[in-house]
Design a protein around this ligand. Structure first.
Ligand code: DGL
Length: 276
């Protein structure tokens, strides 16, 4: 018994310094990384931006599972102790399979319907997400579970991820597209808009200009960071070094777009190209 306790203790001691592995279909999951890095400053992180295969939202479930498996394999090869699937589309379509296939803990991200359903007064909330997320079984289950007495109005954000991946955030084209998706939701009297894609928090400044002040915007970044910390702690693999964490970003797409999106962060990081 003592021997096993000794092994378990050493196992966590060996693991705590390993990185939190994070992946997304592209640059959007950096919105989740920011929350994680802020909440856990001593953790090392590795981020994979799978921009070459973005958008995932238009792909079949099988393709999303295949890409998520590829990213997980790469993050494990790079010595991750936990995997954060910083993509709603990958979470809702693939996390169940990933959890069955690998021993490492996985944290996922899903549209935050629960807080919206709890706080809405008009009993109408909008969800902006990809086709892949909105058509998934997991999203359907979450909606049934948390939104029984309210109306959830779903909108597919076609083209938004593509523009963000091209670095075209503050553009008239983006504003036009967003306005066309959001206006019908305003007319239907929603009082919360749930951002169901990790790319979309980068659109908040534009959304704030389109939405009346009384409509709240909810995204899942903080909740994901909180949950990651809980699971690291439960597994006894929180980094206890009190040394500022290192942050490495790998992309199989444009370095420039990734660098531009990270530029607002005050945390230091490294950005590299990698083929995966
Ligand atoms: N960031 C991904 C998500 O949260 C974008 C999906 C896509 O590539 O279409 O769903």
């Amino acid at each position: 018994m003592l021997f096993f306790l000794f092994l378990a203790y050493h196992y966590s001691i060996l693991m705590y310094d390993q990185a939190i592995g994070i992946f997304d279909s592209g640059v959007g999951g950096t919105s989740i990384w920011k929350e994680i890095a802020q909440a856990m400053p001593y953790e090392n992180t590795i981020y994979l931006a799978d921009s070459k295969y973005a958008p995932y939202g238009k792909r079949s479930k099988e393709e999303i599972i295949e890409l998520s498996t590829k990213n997980t394999e790469k993050l494990l090869e790079l010595n991750s102790k936990i995997i954060v699937v910083a993509c709603n589309t990958a979470t809702t379509n693939a996390i169940k399979i990933l959890r069955e296939q690998y021993d490492v803990p996985f944290i996922g991200i899903e549209p935050a319907i629960k807080p919206a359903a709890l706080h809405t007064k008009t009993e109408k909330v909008g969800v902006l997400a990809t086709r892949g997320t909105l058509s998934s079984d997991l999203f359907a289950k979450t909606s049934i579970r948390y939104a029984t007495n309210i109306e959830v109005i779903e909108v597919i954000g076609s083209g938004l991820v593509e523009l963000i991946e091209e670095g075209k955030i503050q553009t008239p084209e983006m504003k036009r597209l967003l306005t066309s998706y959001i206006r019908p939701l305003i007319e239907k009297n929603i009082d919360y808009l749930v951002l169901g894609c990790s790319h979309y928090p980068y659109l908040i400044p534009i959304l704030r200009k389109i939405l009346p002040d009384h409509i709240g915007i909810i995204d899942s970044g903080e909740a994901v960071a909180r949950q990651t910390k809980v699971i690291l702690s439960k597994n006894n693999i929180l980094n206890i070094s009190m040394k500022e964490g290192t942050h490495t970003f790998f992309t199989n797409g444009s370095l420039d777009v990734l660098q531009e999106i990270l530029k607002t962060s005050s945390i230091s990081y490294n950005v590299k190209n990698l083929s995966f």
